[in-house]
Design a protein around this ligand. Structure first.
Ligand code: SAM
Length: 317
């Protein structure tokens, strides 16, 4: 299995292969964002975690040994499709950080980070006393992060409970066995996850979250905002172009193979139909709200924007 192997039911991975490497990519983005001038976020664990995984280009980007600007300045191998990666990761990370901080400020004591990857929120956020943070991901991902952070001397800032299970399997049982209490309101995040699930698995995941959510629970995730009709083939071709740029710099990835393209329910509408009170903000507005200029967008890029979604399950649900 490599970072470009096609998906199949029941596939598994570590942090250097298949979907696992996308967790290392976004952690490299957080490391870059942490090193930026006037950073919007501070994730001191991102860089050492990425280095420990050992994917060369991602380690060089995470440590600053190589910058996206340097890669982009190579006329033979332009990199501009990922020029905004650090800024976009900064606003995404801040969105989810603030979601959890607000939820716990409102009294929620139970958080579930679905597909936690190399996310170090259970170590770096200031959680109120007695907050329990469950992290769910595949076994090799969980084991690597837990071990590496322990070796770095990091200690969780909440009662962290790692749950090794595939989110296409019976994860609610594993979560309950770790102590999760569905009678308590929960703050859920599904960050950088839904596109890696087949459409019906996304629906099942959202249904299960709703079933396990006591009134007053909150949820933050992402959707895709199609600003005009988008042909799936254009999307596939664009992903291929961006993947080709990564490969030209020595990082073997095929994003189109890792993500499930094709029709799927729109997440905000789906959650609303299942009783959630939802608000959304598209990436351009989220960038602007954080004082960032409009992103560099290539002329032939498909008309798709990331949409940041958050909501609450009302008390009378
Ligand atoms: N949420 C993390 C973050 O934003 O840093 C990681 C995002 S990464 C892009 C995608 C993550 O989803 C990986 O850690 C991967 O292992 C996890 N993932 C994808 N499909 C999964 C599944 N079926 N079961 C468990 N984890 C899954």
């Amino acid at each position: 299995m490599t970072a470009s192997t096609a998906r199949y039911d029941g596939d598994t991975w570590d942090l250097a292969t298949s979907v696992g490497v996308t967790a290392t990519m976004v952690a490299a983005g957080r490391a870059m964002a942490t090193r930026a001038e006037n950073p919007l976020i501070n994730d001191p664990f991102a860089e050492p975690l990425v280095r420990a995984v050992g994917v060369d280009l991602l380690s060089r980007l995470a440590t600053g040994a190589t910058t996206v600007a340097e890669l982009d300045s190579d006329p033979q191998r332009p990199f501009s499709g990922v020029a905004n990666v650090a800024e976009n990761m900064a606003v995404r990370t801040k969105f989810f950080d603030e979601f959890f901080l607000e939820a716990t400020r409102a009294g929620i004591k139970q958080a579930v980070i679905l597909a936690s990857g190399l996310d170090a929120r259970a170590y770096r956020l200031t959680w109120p006393d007695q907050t329990v943070v469950y992290e769910i991901d595949q076994p090799q991902v969980i084991e690597f992060k837990s071990r590496t952070l322990a070796e770095l001397g990091a200690t969780p800032s909440a009662d962290r409970r790692a749950v090794s299970v595939d989110l296409r399997d019976d994860w609610p049982t594993a979560l309950r066995q770790a102590g999760f209490n569905p009678a308590l309101p929960t703050a859920w995040s599904a960050e950088g996850l839904l596109g890696y699930l087949p459409p019906e698995a996304q629906d099942r995941l959202l249904d299960t979250i709703t079933e396990l959510s006591a009134p007053g629970s909150r949820l933050a995730t992402e959707g895709m905002n199609r600003t005009e009709p988008v042909d799936e083939n254009d999307l596939r071709q664009h992903m291929e172009k961006v993947s080709e740029r990564w490969r030209a710099h020595g990082f073997d990835i095929d994003m189109g193979n890792l993500i499930y393209l094709g029709e799927r329910n729109e997440v905000a509408a789906y959650l609303t139909a299942h009783g959630w009170q939802i608000t959304t903000i598209a990436l351009p507005e989220l960038r602007a709200a954080n004082g960032l200029p409009p992103a560099v967008v290539e002329e032939d890029a498909p008309a798709v924007e990331m949409l940041y979604v958050s909501g609450t399950l009302p008390e009378d649900h």
